[in-house]
Design a protein around this ligand. Structure first.
Ligand code: AMP
Ligand code: GLY
Length: 415
């Protein structure tokens, strides 16, 4: 099987590594890839990932048996539709179904129709509407840009003026009730009807230790979660995943690909914070490091409507930790072009290799150190050991990824 992977971040690097481990995968072509992916994949090509025609054309040209679309923007742009129109199986939802991520307002409508537990919310387009919504819920205030914002469109603050300012800046926002409780990312592989959950993971959105500072795309992750009630995944599949998929089918926009369910575990049970239409980054790096089932076969089954017949997933009996190394100034204004050394064995999130052969930073999140261990302590130690060899001037990373879980300080308020 020849697989074309679209994207070039840390998630796509992890997907390429996973696909290359599948004995049924004969070639992985990555576009546009990255210096890290160039070493892992069979071949790298350049493409405008936001152009459905260009991606579909490339899929035909490289004789892909399967296309896997990593990031959300091409999905929202309709890349999966164009690939399927050429008769090539594609792992990723249609442009209409990707609105589950592309519009917070659309996602809320689907959740309401499907009776999925989530925060109460108002969609607001004027300062007066925003002010009324903020005062309905009180602090802490949660204000979300309605459109795609690469994980940075959300402001959670006790400062009413800051909440109003974010609303004014975004134009159209969703303002919602604050959900209190530890967060879980659950990835569900689906062909639109059947659905298979991966191991639950947790990511760390804030830039600084102790969950301080602004939101980022994600500063680290670990899996599985030792602190969740044993029936959590089953419960979320029954109350969130299946009702959502059914609602999407009934609306005529069936969702296939990866449904990313972001949850808060509140006293009243798990509630949805967000849906994404693709694998999460950096959780994917941790989750796929534990998957023993061949990845290509799983994604192909989902892309061809054959997931019901797929064997049960096999996982390593281990834990996995990912620590992100971000550039100076991230997330406000990431500095790029810094020289990187010692990146062997790391996943590349935002790097480039210049003509002189030097590896340089090329994005906010630069590298990911992913490691496994028999417990969280061992996995953490191994990930930070890997990171200790890297030099990136001004680089920032959190020192407390998975630490609270390792120390038993994460408690589910719901059983
Ligand atoms: P989102 O892009 O919707 O995932 O939001 C980014 C982050 O903001 C989440 O991971 C949460 O940490 C936080 N957040 C979003 N919505 C809420 C909410 N209703 N209550 C509490 N925190 C939230
Ligand atoms: N880790 C958060 C995301 O991928 O959106």
């Amino acid at each position: 099987m020849r697989v074309l992977v679209i994207g070039g971040g840390g998630r796509e690097h992890a997907l390429v590594l996973g696909l290359m481990r599948d004995p049924a995968v004969t070639a992985v072509i990555a576009a546009p890839g990255s210096p890290g992916i160039a070493e892992a994949a069979t071949e790298q090509r350049d493409v405008d990932i936001l152009s459905p025609d260009a991606v579909a054309g490339l899929a035909v040209e490289v004789e892909a048996d399967l296309v896997v679309v990593g990031p959300e923007a091409p999905l929202v742009a309709g890349v999966a539709d164009a690939v399927r129109a050429k008769g090539i199986p594609c792992f990723g939802p249609s442009g209409s179904a990707a609105r589950l991520e592309g519009s917070k307002d659309f996602a809320k409508q689907v959740m309401t129709a499907a009776k999925v537990p989530t925060a109460r919310a108002f969609t607001c387009s004027t300062p007066a509407e925003a002010a009324r919504a903020l005062d309905t819920f009180g602090a802490p205030y949660v204000v979300k840009n309605d459109g795609l914002a690469a994980g940075k469109g959300v402001v959670v603050t006790d400062d009413r003026a800051a909440a109003l300012a974010h609303a004014a800046e975004c134009g159209r926002v969703v303002i919602e009730e604050y959900l209190d409780g530890p967060e879980v990312s659950l990835f569900v592989v689906t062909d639109g009807v059947s659905a298979v959950p991966l191991l639950p993971a947790q990511d760390f959105k804030r830039i600084f230790d102790g969950d301080e500072g602004p939101n980022t795309g994600g500063m680290g992750a670990y899996a599985p979660l030792p602190w969740t009630p044993p029936n959590l995944v089953e419960h979320v599949m029954a109350t969130v995943a299946h009702p959502t998929l059914q609602q999407m089918r009934e609306a005529g926009t069936p969702f296939s690909g990866l449904l990313y369910i972001g949850l808060a575990i509140t006293v009243g049970g798990p509630k949805v914070i967000e849906f994404n239409a693709r694998f999460g980054d950096p959780e994917t790096q941790s989750v796929l490091a534990l998957l023993d089932t061949p990845l290509g076969g799983l994604l192909y089954a989902a892309a061809t409507g054959e997931l019901a017949g797929h064997p049960e997933l096999q996982w390593k009996d281990a834990f996995s930790v990912t620590v992100v190394l971000a550039s100076a100034g991230y997330p406000a204004s990431a500095r790029t072009g810094d020289e990187i050394t010692g990146a062997d064995g790391l996943i590349h999130a935002g790097t480039r290799r210049d003509a002189d052969g030097v590896l340089r930073s090329a994005g906010g999140r630069v590298l990911c150190a992913t490691a496994t261990g028999h417990d969280l302590h061992a996995a953490r130690a191994a990930a930070y050991e890997l990171l200790s060899h890297v030099d990136l001037p001004g680089g920032q990373y959190r020192t407390d990824i998975a630490l609270a879980a390792e120390e038993g300080r994460v408690v589910s308020p719901w059983r």
